[in-house]
Design a protein around this ligand. Structure first.
Ligand code: SF4
Length: 367
């Protein structure tokens, strides 16, 4: 086991090192408190901080905490936990490899083993999809689309990029962001794992801790998943009305804006979603959403409960899930339930597809 493996435990070489050392994960979780503690820290920091925390000095502890953290995440088996964990591993690795790749050569040479850009590209089979040019890099369009699909922001949309002979020019910083996404895909790959009982039973306490952390988090902002197909019928209807350009009463407009804010959308994203409405009024939308979010008011507002929606006539098209007494009380509960129950392939975030959707120029895309 090498320090490089501990710094980048998702790499194939790290996995091989663990296999070569004939590590028995069941024994590790039963006997090695340091590894289990660091593994729990990885997951808890992912949920609360968006990183996996500070690395431990001991290579073995740091490296083995990664597979144990994956076991904890798999046993918790909550989509939000898995997603935030993968994002945090990728974010921490990104910070680490940028620092390592940008460090002066003479400083790097003092290290036993360092990461090179070529090695990182080869790790994700990107050696032929990415090539360096005099003024940056070029990425084949298929690879670009795959890795940039997770990026929010107009600058990542293919229609806003140059396309030269089937390649997209990117600068170094952008290439690093694409590599971060490749890491996130690698981390999430295979999760949740099937965890043998003999391993799971020694992690009961840690799994419980993570569940507690999750339940203490404000899910109204932690859902952070925007899948309109899974919205409750009332919110689907209101969003539909907005996008058709219909006039909405103040309470209805408040309800849809608060719901979208509560599920983690930013003001800019809501403005973008509303702007297909010819009379939507950007300034008013911004004012209202900032107010709901608590940026321009002393309170953070929640979307109305079902009873309030019903009293205003905004509860429409109730379905079986609404009738279920667990979910009937609040549109947020309905949505949380749908997100939890959904398969991964149903969970394509609207923001991820925003680059290709709803743009008249999209036929320039080779998709
Ligand atoms: S019961 Fe609640 S979630 Fe269902 S449509 Fe009515 S307001 Fe929306």
């Amino acid at each position: 086991m090498k320090p490089l493996h501990a710094r980048y435990p998702f790499m194939a070489g790290a996995r091989e090192a663990v296999q070569e050392a004939s590590v028995d994960l069941a024994e590790v979780v039963a006997t090695d408190e340091d590894v289990v503690e660091r593994a729990l820290e990885r997951v808890e920091w992912a949920l609360t901080d968006g990183t996996v925390g500070d690395t431990r000095r001991q290579t073995r502890v740091e490296l083995l905490s990664y597979p144990v953290a994956r076991v904890i995440v798999s046993t918790v088996d909550e989509h939000i936990c898995t997603r935030k964990y993968a994002q945090a591993e990728a974010a921490s690795a990104h910070e680490r490899f940028v620092e390592e790749l940008e460090t002066e050569t003479e400083l790097r040479s003092t290290r036993q083993q360092h990461l090179s850009l070529d090695a990182l590209l080869a790790e994700f089979d990107l050696g032929t999809a990415v090539r360096e040019t005099g003024d940056g890099f070029r990425v084949t369009v298929g690879t670009y689309l795959e890795l940039a699909a997770d990026q929010w922001g107009d600058e990542w949309r293919l229609v806003n990029r140059s396309l030269v002979d089937g390649e997209v020019p990117v600068d170094r910083e952008e290439l690093y962001v694409l590599l971060k996404q490749a890491i996130r895909h690698r981390v999430v790959d295979g999760l949740p794992l099937s965890v043998p009982d003999v391993i799971a039973e020694n992690l009961d306490e840690e799994v419980e801790r993570v569940r507690e952390t999750l339940s203490n988090m404000d899910l109204t902002t932690e859902i952070d998943t925007v899948v309109p197909d899974l919205f409750p019928p009332c919110m689907k209807h209101l969003l539909d009305q907005v996008q058709k350009g219909e006039h909405l009463a103040h309470h209805s407009r408040f309800a849809i804006a608060a719901f979208l804010t509560n599920i983690g959308m930013t003001t800019d994203e809501i403005v973008q979603l509303f702007e297909v409405n010819p009379g939507f009024g950007e300034e008013m939308t911004r004012y209202q959403v900032d107010h709901i979010r608590g940026d321009t008011s002393p309170t953070q507002y929640s979307a109305p409960a079902c009873a309030t929606m019903q009293s205003y006539g905004d509860c429409v098209n109730k379905d079986d899930i609404c009738e279920d007494e667990i979910n009937e009380s609040h549109p947020m509960s309905y949505y949380e339930h749908r997100v939890e129950e959904a398969d991964d392939d149903e969970l394509t975030d609207w923001r991820e597809g925003a680059g290709e959707d709803g743009d008249d120029d999209s036929d320039e895309s080779p998709d």
